[in-house]
Ligand binder design. Sequence first.
Ligand code: ADP
Length: 603
Amino acid sequence: MERVSISPVQAREMLTQLRADIRQQRQKLKNGVSLEALDAQMKTWETLIQQIQTDMLLEKSARLSMLYDISRSINASLDWRQTVQAVLDAFIQITTAERGMLLLLDANGDPQVEMTQSASYMLFSDADIKFSHSIVRQAIERKSPVLTTNAQLDPRFDGSESVIAYGLRATLCVPLIYKDEVLGAIYLDNRARSNVFTAEDMVSLSTFANNAAAALYNAQEHQKVDQALAERMRELTILQETIRDLNASLHFNRVMERSTAWAVAASGAEAGVIGLVAEEGIRWLTKANNVNPNNLLAMRCISTREPIVEGHYLVLPLLRDTRPIGVLYLVSEERPFKKSKLELVTRVADNIAIAIENARLYEALRQANLTKSEFVTLMAHELRTPMACILGYSDMLKTGMAGALTSQQEEFVDNIAQSINRIIAIVDDLLDISEIEAGRLRLSLRNVDFNSVLDEAMGRFRQDAEKKRLRYTRESWNGLPQAYADPDRLKQILTILLRNAIQYTPEEGAVTVRAWLSADEPDFIRCAVSDTGIGISPENQLRLFTKFFRVVDPSSEEQNGTGLGMTIAKNLVEMHGGRIWLESAPGKGSTFFFTIPIAMPGL
Ligand code: ADP
């Protein structure tokens, strides 16, 4: 901005000088002076007066354009700090003050310093701020600027330490008023010269102050919205993370521990504890930090089902469908709880209640499952004994121990034995699946010759294969390393796959078994059981490994089965560390693959 050559103060000083000159000339005139000299003097004065006039006009228009520019720049930003800074800078620039501060009224109507601005050698001391406050209060109460052209002589500041110590001369305080409401004030002072701020400046300064107040108000509102948005985002993130974290586990203790941690985080508490409704009253569980909950407060919360916010305590009911299942007890010794936190904490509490209920249900389900599998195990053992007995007697009958059998009797005995064998197989499958589900099935791992186990398993079905005139072969792979497996369970996996392959392949088809080392997984023996049977559709392939699944189709349904074989095979393979998969197409046969780890040298 263009600087003008003469300031109003300078102009005033020049005028005073002019007056003194005139007085001097008048004296000279009395004493007889030449007219030429007087004319020359008059010319100098005229030029001087003209210059003063133009300079003052220029100064005025320059100030106006400066005010306009500053107003525009102040209104350009919605950022709170930037606006405060711009307003304060503007006042200092316009008034050429040495120091300035911007104060805002707090919720109690007390002015609080928001920002100060001064050269480093004139920092505001506490005493200065105290002194300025008395002026600020005056300006705020009057809702108009308070101006001191020379504080040293002003009786209002008589004896004020800071006025004397600082050598304060000029002070000015302009209230910031928006829509008739005082937002705060700008305080400015100067020590070098008195009369820096003049009464004439007040009108334009007040107008400017109103403009600045509007800008501050807008920035403040914007900041409030910004803060509210940021707070809302933070709340949503907490809630989202709480839900995700609580859903990640069904383990009761972990759910309780995480719930307490999240409730503390969401409420800004220092400590918290969850209490669950129990027969004896409230059972206090996991604590985050140290809390000694007040039972009476908790009981009141449970019976009213309403949150209690009492200063440092926040107690919320944990409700499931309006039924209280417990309380969330939060403590904040340092800062009392804000009511605004209640909504978020209530939502967190709702999710905690859901998570607790889910964990409880899961626990109940786990218990029920355990009981069920214990029952199945018991029943299976109970059934096995009489089955073995029936099988034993039918064997004895067949060997002729009780006299020779007619061919029809022999056929009947064969049927009895076959049915008993089927029941035993079903009972064995049920026993296995329930042991697997209860996590009780253990493998006895050792180094095993894979081909021998395979031969044994294939041997069991040789007769069945022959009956169906199947091509039943094993492709050998030279130098197959030993497997690291439980031989009985490995045989069981192969048995399941072979039985199905033979069962679901029409007469004169082929069942081929291959075991080899694949370059993809060199630490595993890969085995494939292929058949030329009925095949499995893609949809059924997806469901094949689920418990009790059997393909609904006449060619499958005419075969006996429980739908447990594939589930058992998958579990056994995975317990060994391998994997199982298949390739199949309806009418084109199936190939089941699985992998079993090879034995490590030295093991
Ligand atoms: P199941 O006792 O019924 O054989 P599984 O779990 O072993 O039970 O097999 C599930 C279903 O998968 C079978 O009922 C059958 O429909 C289908 N399945 C299994 N293996 C084959 C195969 N090799 N070819 C065609 N279908 C098969």
